[in-house]
Design a protein. Structure first.
Ligand code: ADP
Ligand code: MG
Ligand code: MG
Length: 249
């Protein structure tokens, strides 16, 4: 479903991704770990098509299409979802309006009718319950005054409504207490299916106790330097990333 080959990308003329390759099949969960500044968020942002990143080499196929030829909106419509490390506030737009607009855009791209307001409200309330958010949450401004945990639950809510085929979670666990972490993990696990894949970027092994990945990769200096199964996360927790410098020295 996703095939990244020898990807190179710059942020403001600075080379960040330096030949990154990664293959993800439908239904797989891939965790990406690695030291600060390695390029983990850059990878998510490049895949999602955010502005400010220029691809200087390599290719990305997403469901047999050249992903890099599509703009950010088209990528989202084709099923790619990036949950932000720092979700943005959009004051003045209610969460309900925002969610309905994004869901309807995806439906439209797939030849489906937009939801009626009544049907969407019903659906959104149901999903709110599933992620432990009160229904009046939908009336508030997008991320306006949301606590850390509420922002994450809101991302999860968005994901449940959009039903993407590739979900990229960038440090979704940062700043979460153990209960909120559990809610996020339960939500992600409920969304796991044979057609849906996940890239879970995390600093901590802890999240991977709850969201058990099929593969763990270490991203360092713009490349995947090691890949393994879920046990690799435990080794990293124990040994840190110093061995990376040691091995290349
Ligand atoms: P990670 O998520 O692995 O911690 P990032 O992808 O956020 O790493 O960052 C990789 C490198 O790119 C860092 O050196 C960071 O300072 C730089 N970088 C990221 N975004 C920007 C930006 N918008 N402007 C300038 N430098 C950036
Ligand atoms: Mg970072
Ligand atoms: Mg990051």
């Amino acid at each position: 479903m996703l095939s990244i080959k020898d990807l190179h990308a710059n942020v403001e003329e600075k080379s960040i991704l330096k030949g990154l390759s990664l293959d993800i099949k439908p239904g797989e969960v891939h965790a990406i770990m690695g030291p600060n500044g390695a390029g983990k968020s850059t990878l998510g942002n490049v895949l999602a098509g955010r502005e400010g990143y220029s691809v200087t080499g390599g290719s990305v196929q997403f469901n047999n299409e050249a992903l890099l030829d599509l703009d950010a909106e088209e990528r989202a419509r084709k099923g790619l979802f990036l949950a932000f490390q720092y979700p943005v506030e959009i004051p003045g737009v209610s969460n309900m309006e925002f969610l309905k607009a994004s869901v309807d855009a995806v439906r439209e791209a797939n030849g489906q009718e937009p939801y009626s307001s009544v049907d969407f409200i019903k659906l959104a309330r149901e999903k709110c319950k599933a992620v432990n958010l009160p229904a009046d949450f939908l009336k508030r401004g997008v991320n306006e005054g949301f606590s850390g945990g509420e922002k994450k639950r809101n991302e999860l809510l968005q994901m449940m409504l959009l039903e993407p085929t590739l979900c990229i979670l960038d440090e979704t666990d940062s700043g979460l207490d153990i209960d909120a972490l559990q809610v996020v993990a339960d939500g992600v696990n409920a969304l796991r299916s044979p057609e849906r894949s996940f890239i879970v970027v995390t600093h901590y092994q802890r999240l991977l106790d709850y969201i058990v990945p099929d593969y763990v990769h270490v991203l360092a200096d713009g490349k995947i330097v090691k890949s393994g199964g879920k046990e690799l996360a435990l080794e990293l927790e124990k040994d840190g990333y110093r061995w990376i410098a040691g091995e290349s020295a």
